[in-house]
Ligand binder design. Structure first.
Ligand code: PGA
Length: 232
């Protein structure tokens, strides 16, 4: 299976013009690269203008529709041909107070819509990684059948290694131990995230992660294209 590389643009780019430029440059650069499955997870408002690539969203509501001002549902995303939805990213857990119960409801909504959830789990600095991850797995996946769990992609993202741009990165040994730990409890695809760029992506693919969630490096077309190009 080809590695799955998801660009997580977060709340970027700032303007339509910048978005068009970044997208055009990325699309051109990855045109003939076939060794990875590439997905762009863009802000909701930019999704309809991104044509010719697989799309992901970064969040969704747990209901299909209704009186929920400001929310976007999984069904709406499906209608825009979105295939993946990131759920439970650490930034949503931290800044928007998403609990494991909310994440569990959102996962079910994404699965019900027939889309693939990308469930982010991971510990903060100083926390017991296995304890945190085990708790997240138990609570986030509660009531989801084995069969449906097989449709979920887990992104292991140690929160302390996210957006460190040249700072602290997670060692291959540490990432491997966590991969083995998660594998004992989850049967589907597991990818890695946390400051991934062209220099370190293979560290994680080599030890068994089946892809990567790429934040900062996906906002620079050249760096993102390189990150995909170097995949071994
Ligand atoms: P980063 O972001 O690559 O900038 O660390 C990854 C993520 O938060 O998904």
């Amino acid at each position: 299976m080809k590695p799955l590389i998801l660009a997580n643009w977060k709340c970027n780019p700032k303007t339509l013009k910048e978005t068009e430029k970044l997208f055009k440059d990325i699309l051109k650069g990855i045109k003939n690269i076939e060794k990875a499955e590439i997905v762009i997870c863009a802000p909701f408002v930019w999704l309809p203008i991104l044509k010719g690539i697989k799309l992901g969203a970064q969040n969704c509501h747990w209901e299909e529709s209704g009186p929920y001002t400001g929310e976007v549902s999984a069904l709406m995303l499906k209608d825009l041909k979105v295939e993946y939805v990131i759920i439970g990213h650490s930034e949503r857990r931290n800044y928007f107070h998403e609990t494991d119960e909310i994440i569990n409801r959102k996962l079910k909504a994404v699965l019900n819509a027939g889309l693939a959830p990308v469930l982010c789990i991971g510990e903060k600095k100083g926390e017991n990684a296995q304890e945190i991850v085990l708790n997240q797995l138990i609570q986030d996946l509660q009531g989801i059948s084995e069969k449906d769990q097989g449709k979920i992609i887990i992104a292991y993202e140690p929160v302390w290694a996210i957006s460190t741009s040249g700072g602290e990165i997670c060692s291959a040994d540490y990432a491997k131990k966590m991969l083995e730990f998660i594998k004992q409890r989850f049967n589907g695809k597991i990818i890695y995230g946390g400051s991934v760029d062209s220099k370190i992506i293979n560290n994680y693919l080599k030890i068994g992660y089946e892809g990567a969630l790429v934040g900062g490096a996906s906002l620079k077309a050249d760096e993102f294209i390189n990150t995909v190009r170097v995949v071994e």
